[in-house]
Design a protein. Structure first.
Length: 647
């Protein structure tokens, strides 16, 4: 039995019927740190799950004409499918509707109640159903809405049970002062301390206006508040009250990884409940930032939801995980962009790592018939390469311990790039021309292969597929699964005399324009499928009033230029009467920029502004296309003033 243990959790996710890439962010981080700890020799527990009770679930189920349990059963499967697709290797998936969890919630509620820290009273105050959160008037935003989601709250009056959270205010502050690393990052810690110092109020921990939840063990007319319920899942995940040995081995949890929007529940409500239940507090809670799209948080209502399943299908699981961990500094907000996504894959994965592997294996094939040579004669560049490698793996380890995934990957890629530079410095193709340099050439190729071995193991926490592909091409007989972090830090463990296996590029380059064309084609096919036999139904006709909402106007093109990085898009400046506007037109394959200048085109003037390929666009130029896909912009055949309305 391992003497070292590590227990990490993600939140117990609310079963929403629309998955987005934000769901993958926390779970990918938790999976990465778990895999790293396994490499270090720890026995690990990693739990995730679904938060299935509460008023919000009951209302959503009713909208779908389903029982709450039927509703969540279907959605939970989509979560499990996503984690499988993302290669997330959790230990247990906790459902708050399970019998074990219900038993744990009832037990801890009764324990705190018997201690005298839960009492019955009447709740009068504000409640945000989407967030399942109670608010005082002073905590609402300037518009009187929920400060977390900015949606309307409702006034609520009902008989409830209350937890004496205020009783633990001073004890919690003392704990935070004595454990400065409990809340990470530091700025989140300061926010929570300020919140506590404003004064904790007793927490309403039961509801009576709906019945979808775990009944209060001393009063069947009440159901337990959903957050009291959900937080207890971290105990359920390691079999509290069922396996004392396991619980004592893994509790307190090493880290809860959560989004910053639910940090207050995990660093105030959860610790005070544990104090009341005489249980140790977790060692750390890390509140990461949001993953933003178009400058805002992802939302189904905004229509900016990025489907992680689609991304994985299109680019592969390694690319998705790498982007999430590399692009965004963990703990701060970060932005998702498909353009940046593709650029990151091409530059880091295809050019740097993929090219290093391809070049090295190909040279071993060419110069040594695919057999890994021995390192017999040191070159002048070897010492510096090893110094960089040794320092790199120390920095990767240090930053992973601090959950700084992006920094750890950047440090690892410094070594990837330095190893590529080693090829340019040693010029194996020159050494191969001189038989007297054969031993030196063998050393160079051995060092390259050995560094690739170490890099492959170091990538195991981050990427679930690429390391195994690298391992296979390196021809190593020992199982990748049997490697440890010590094997990363140790050089010259590669066995010479075995054969490499030249294979396909592990990360093929992606053509951005081809990808966007593919998306356009898929959208058109989807629309065509909806039309069935291409016969327009009555619902597909628009009324004259609907047509009248379009504002079509004549615009004169003043300037046009290509948008860097795209062979399809032009940035166009137009005059619209007394007004000048900028828009993006997807006609660069059909018109040179200078051809458009001076033309009077027809444009949609009241189209909602958008950002396309990083350029603001305020309007749309109309164009016609034939069956071959050739485009012709719509112009007017007589001279007419710009800004004139098309009727």
């Amino acid at each position: 039995m391992s003497a070292k243990t590590f227990y990490v959790t993600t939140p117990i996710y609310y079963p929403n019927d629309k998955l987005h890439i934000g769901h993958t962010y926390t779970t990918t981080a938790a999976d990465t740190i778990t895999r790293f700890k396994q490499l270090q020799g720890y026995e690990t527990e990693f739990i995730t799950g679904s938060d299935e009770h509460g008023q919000k679930i009951q209302k959503s189920a009713a909208k779908h004409d389903m029982s709450p349990k039927e509703y969540v059963d279907g959605i939970v499967e989509t979560f499990k499918d996503l984690w499988e697709k993302l290669k997330v290797d959790y230990t247990k998936f906790v459902r708050t509707t399970s019998d074990d969890h219900r038993s744990d919630v009832e037990y801890i509620f009764k324990k705190v109640y018997d201690k005298g820290d839960i009492y019955k009273s009447k709740y009068e105050g504000y409640y945000c159903t989407p967030c399942e959160t109670y608010w005082t008037e002073r905590q609402l935003d300037e518009e009187g809405n929920c400060p977390d989601c900015n949606r309307a709250v409702e006034w609520m009056e009902e008989e409830s049970y209350f937890f004496k959270m205020s009783k633990y205010q001073d004890r919690l502050l003392d704990f935070l002062n004595e454990n400065p690393d409990f809340i990470q990052p530091a700025k989140r810690r300061n926010e929570m301390i300020n919140f506590i110092k404003e004064g904790l109020e007793d927490l309403c921990v039961s509801r009576t206006t709906f019945d979808w939840g775990i009944p209060v063990p001393v009063d069947d007319d009440h159901v337990i508040y959903v957050w009291f319920d959900a937080l207890t899942s971290y105990l359920t995940g390691i079999d509290w009250n069922r396996d004392e040995e396991k619980f004592n081995k893994f509790w307190p949890a090493d880290i809860h990884i959560v989004g910053k929007d639910i940090l207050r529940f995990h660093t105030i409500i959860w610790p005070t409940i544990l104090m009341a239940a005489d249980l140790p507090l977790p060692k750390k809670v890390f509140g990461h930032g949001f993953l933003l799209v178009d400058g805002g948080k992802m939302s189904k209502s905004k229509g900016n939801v990025i489907d992680p399943v689609k991304l994985i299908d299109d680019f592969g699981v390694d690319a998705v995980r790498y982007y999430l961990l590399r692009e965004i500094a963990f703990g701060t907000d970060g932005s998702y962009s498909t353009d940046n996504f593709i650029q990151r894959i091409n530059s880091d994965l295809a050019n740097d790592l993929g090219n290093l592997l391809n070049r090295t294996v190909a040279m071993v094939d060419k110069y040594f018939n695919g057999v890994i040579p021995e390192a017999k004669l040191e070159t002048e560049f070897d010492t510096d390469l090893e110094e960089v490698a040794t320092n790199t793996f120390k920095l990767v380890e240090d930053n992973l311990e601090k959950l700084q995934f992006s920094v750890a990957l950047e440090e690892l890629w410094n070594l990837v790039r330095r190893t590529n530079k080693y090829i340019d410095q040693t010029t194996p193709w020159v050494l191969a021309k001189d038989e007297d340099k054969k031993a030196e050439l063998g050393t160079v190729l051995y060092n390259l292969l050995d560094n690739l071995r170490r890099i492959a193991i170091a990538l195991v926490p981050f990427l679930p597929e690429a390391p195994a592909k690298m391992w296979e091409q390196l021809g190593i007989k020992d199982s990748l699964a049997d490697q440890s972090w010590d094997n990363v830090k140790s050089k010259d463990l590669l066995e010479s005399g075995i054969k490499v296996k030249n294979g396909d590029p592990i990360f093929p380059r992606i053509d951005a324009d081809e990808y966007y064309q593919k998306l356009d084609k898929e959208k058109k096919e989807e629309q065509a499928n909806k039309k069935g036999d291409n016969e327009m139904s009555e619902q597909e006709y628009i009324t004259f009033d609907e047509f009248g909402k379009l504002e079509l106007r004549v615009a004169e093109v003043l300037e046009a230029e290509r948008i860097e990085g795209s062979n399809k898009l032009l940035k166009v400046q137009v005059e619209l009467g007394d007004e000048k506007r900028q828009l993006v037109a997807g006609i660069a394959k059909h018109y040179e920029a200078e051809e458009l200048v001076g033309k009077k085109v027809v444009m949609v003037a009241n189209l909602k502004p958008a950002t396309i390929f990083g350029v603001k666009s305020n309007g749309m130029i109309l164009a016609a296309s034939n069956d071959e896909g050739e485009l012709t912009v719509t112009t007017v055949d007589r001279d007419i003033a710009s800004g004139a309305q098309v009727k």
